[in-house]
Write a protein that binds this ligand. Structure first.
Ligand SMILES: Nc1ncnc2c1ncn2[C@@H]1O[C@H](COP(=O)(O)OP(=O)(O)O)[C@@H](O)[C@H]1O
Ligand SMILES: [Mg+2]
Length: 404
């Protein structure tokens, strides 16, 4: 249902924006690969973006609470797509359970954003635990980093992506608030992030839970790459961006850097360097190349963290990948496995996870598997692996040819 809106309401401004080529470009990487003219184009787009953000801010002053009447905004269609053409966030807009929150509601829910309710802090935001009047527990992500224009840009980008995704292994958006700052309201994950449990908690995660997290995160990533209506590259897969439900089901969160990639593109090249050290694929570090394999590499690092209990980058800045590679080559499970697990793990599952990790962190992106192949591997089915005969990874033999 389309709604008529006041010509200068924030709703209208956002509606115009979501319809605009600007939104399409900012989300779907439609800029040219990294040539001089593309760079010039990018900087023009950047200034248009800032222009939009400015206009959004000025026009928003009137009635900030009107945003629930977004209406339906269609993006321009892609030329060749296996997925349907979609309206921006139709599920988000249609679901009455998703709402726009007034600042006073967010303040009441979080006891005025009190420190005791601060449950997380990332590079871009502070996240507060809150309780809605109906008793529901929520996480309120308040964007804090950057100029006001940048914050609005980051907010719209994350909102646009989150509104699209709907999978058991992705974080759930309940609503948003734009009074007194940019806020995303999410379902609260009672067990926090994987990073907080793996590194911050005295109770060590059992192997069973670690394996469940590996498989669930792989499912979530496969959904983003292949299963949802648009091809999404997350670009910041890491332990701090995996939330855990009360049953320790993993949910991918933090879509602040996520990009839509047009179907027909092999990859996208970025000039602005973003992401997290320790998880960055070599071709991204060296050439700014972004595609599904960027996420696959980061997922490989995450698998290593689950097995070893070590951080992607430790306090002395040592890279887990560089530490683990020679051990993977020697098939040295004893050295690799987290001592906190003792003997309490399934050796076959550990072999499968290490095999998947070895492949995901391959130097060459084309040699890395796709997420659907990773899932087959983790499930103990090597058939999806085209080059399995030639596979020289020692864990391959361990995982598939030896009885345990
Ligand atoms: N829904 C949630 N439930 C519980 N904790 C959350 C939730 N969302 C985020 N957090 C916590 O807040 C941290 C920062 O959130 P994130 O979205 O990653 O922000 P940033 O974009 O700044 O990195 C996460 O690492 C996690 O610990
Ligand atoms: Mg984060």
């Amino acid at each position: 249902m389309e709604k008529k809106v006041d010509s200068c309401s924030p709703t209208c401004v956002l509606e115009d924006f979501f319809k605009s080529e600007e939104f399409e470009r900012s989300h779907s990487c439609k800029e040219q690969p990294n040539t001089d003219s593309a760079n010039e184009q990018n900087s023009k787009q950047g200034s248009r973006w800032r222009g939009f953000a400015r206009s959004f801010r000025t026009k928003s002053k009137k009635s900030l609470a009107n945003l629930q009447s977004f209406g339906s905004f269609r993006l321009s269609s892609r030329s060749s797509s296996m997925r349907e053409n979609v309206s921006v966030a139709p599920d988000f807009l249609a679901e009455s359970s998703r709402k726009v929150f007034a600042l006073s509601e967010l303040q009441t829910a979080t006891k005025n954003f009190s420190r005791e309710n601060l449950v997380g802090k990332g590079g871009y935001a502070e996240v507060y635990k809150g309780r809605l009047p109906n008793g529901q527990l929520v996480a309120i992500k308040r964007l804090t980093k950057g100029t006001p224009d940048e914050i609005i840009g980051d907010f719209l980008s994350e909102l646009g992506i989150m509104a699209h995704v709907n999978h058991p292994n992705t974080a759930k958006l309940i609503g948003y608030g734009i009074e007194g700052g940019m806020h995303l309201v999410l379902e609260l994950s009672p067990n926090g992030s994987l990073a907080s449990l793996l590194y911050g908690s005295k109770e060590k995660l059992t192997w069973g839970i670690r394996f469940k997290i590996a498989l669930g995160t792989a499912e979530g990533l496969r959904y983003l790459h292949e299963g949802c209506k648009r091809r999404i590259i997350h670009r910041d897969i890491k332990a701090a961006n995996i939330l855990l439900t009360k049953d320790f089901d993993p949910q991918i969160c933090d879509f602040g850097l996520a990009k839509w990639l047009p179907e027909q593109w092999t990859h996208h090249t970025v000039s602005k360097f973003e992401g997290t050290f320790g998880y960055l694929a070599p071709e991204y570090l060296m050439h700014g190349i972004v595609d599904e394999k960027t996420d696959v590499f980061a997922f490989g690092v995450l698998l290593l963290e689950l097995v070893t209990g070590r951080r992607a980058l430790d306090y002395s800045q040592q890279s887990l990948v560089l530490w683990a590679k020679p051990l993977l080559k020697k098939n040295d499970i004893r050295e690799l496995i987290d001592p906190a697990l003792g003997e309490d793990y399934s050796i076959q599952q550990v072999n499968l996870v290490l095999l998947a990790a070895s492949m995901c962190i391959h130097q060459s992106s084309i040699r890395r598997p796709q997420m659907n192949q990773v899932i087959q591997l983790l499930k103990g089915n090597p058939n999806g692996l085209k080059s399995k005969r030639k596979c020289r990874v020692p864990f391959f033999t361990k995982a598939f040819h030896e009885e345990t």
